[in-house]
Design a protein. Structure first.
Length: 328
């Protein structure tokens, strides 16, 4: 299993340097309340060997032509180390942040990827789809990149139909909030078999709290992260809420969302079950984490991007060293 680093920590620079020294395969720049592109550009100038992944660029936030131009630039800056992670996002970000309708997400994703690939191949971008028409007027000037780039495209997907689409048109998949059992189901929906061929990357992002303290203590900071995600958007439309329901935590997820949206953040965090956090994280001693990594590998994960959580930068660096030394 290849290892990667999730660049969400305030000491991301030190962690990135250390991960590259340790031989990590990936550094993933998350996109939420900050953009991934700026982080990738910064990381490209700081590193020489580690591959860089956007995790994930929000499709409604950029036109496909702009995304292709950005991907080509990042690929050039990194010497071919960029992997374009894309995701349709959710109704909260699509409608609330970007002012775009959250309709026909699968069809929009398919057309978006087709246009990005067309541009990255150096073709003249003339595309007449249901959701994108480029150029808008026949005979108008069309985009053609003068420096084509063979950038792999990884798709973030949660729902069954979206997973099927990722397996059909993607070079890889980015998942989060998943137990090994859920990964196995996702891999099957993508039409893949474990162990997977090397040309399709199953990349999972997970928080990691390594140590010999009780699991409840290690899970405490991850509970806040989980409560925030479980409370995003209406529960009928939230991917993360649906994951909690499918894991058997529907009642708890309802309590978490109700408390969080009422302003009782502490109460929402308290309501996050330890079993839920443990199911989608790497918690415990190095030996326990090694067992979890083996379970993920057997389920089909080919690359694991960890976000080390600890009280100090020194502890986070030590956690990266420890996981790099595990045999999985």
């Amino acid at each position: 299993m290849r290892l990667g680093l999730n660049l969400f920590s305030p000491d991301a620079g030190a962690l990135l340097d250390h991960a590259e020294r340790l031989g990590f395969s990936y550094a993933l720049a998350p996109e939420g309340l900050r953009d991934a592109v700026g982080m990738i550009g910064w990381a490209a100038g700081r590193t020489t060997t580690i591959n860089l992944v956007s995790g994930v660029c929000q499709i409604p936030g950029r036109t496909p032509s702009m995304m292709a131009m950005t991907a080509a630039s990042l690929d050039s800056l990194s010497g071919g180390r960029f992997r374009l992670g894309l995701g349709i996002s959710n109704s909260v970000a699509t409608e609330g942040w970007h002012g775009r309708p959250f309709t026909a997400p699968l069809a929009r994703t398919r057309e978006y990827v087709e246009i990005v690939r067309m541009a990255l191949r150096g073709e003249e971008v003339r595309y007449q789809g249901e959701h994108y028409r480029l150029p808008m007027e026949e005979g108008a000037a069309a985009l053609r990149l003068h420096a084509p780039a063979g950038v792999p495209i990884f798709l973030a997907a949660v729902g069954p139909r979206n997973l099927e689409l990722a397996g059909e048109i993607g070079d890889g998949w980015i998942g989060t909030f998943l137990s090994p059992e859920r990964v196995r189901e996702a891999v099957a929906l993508m039409g893949k078999k474990a162990p997977l061929a090397q040309d399709f990357e199953v990349l999972l992002t997970v928080p990691m709290a390594m140590g010999n303290a009780p699991l409840a203590e290690l899970a405490a900071p991850i509970r806040r992260f989980a409560a925030q995600f479980l409370s995003m958007g209406h529960r009928g439309e939230s991917f993360y809420y649906r994951i909690a329901e499918e894991m058997g935590f529907g009642e708890e997820a309802a309590v978490i969302q109700d408390r969080y949206n009422a302003g009782d953040v502490a109460g929402a965090i308290e309501a996050v079950p330890l079993e839920f956090v443990d199911g989608m994280s790497l918690l415990g001693s190095p030996s326990r984490i090694a067992e979890r990594l083996a379970a993920y590998a057997e389920a089909g994960v080919t690359a694991m991007c960890v976000g080390p959580i600890a009280a100090t930068s020194e502890q986070r660096l030590a956690a990266l060293t420890a996981i790099a030394e595990l045999e999985v």
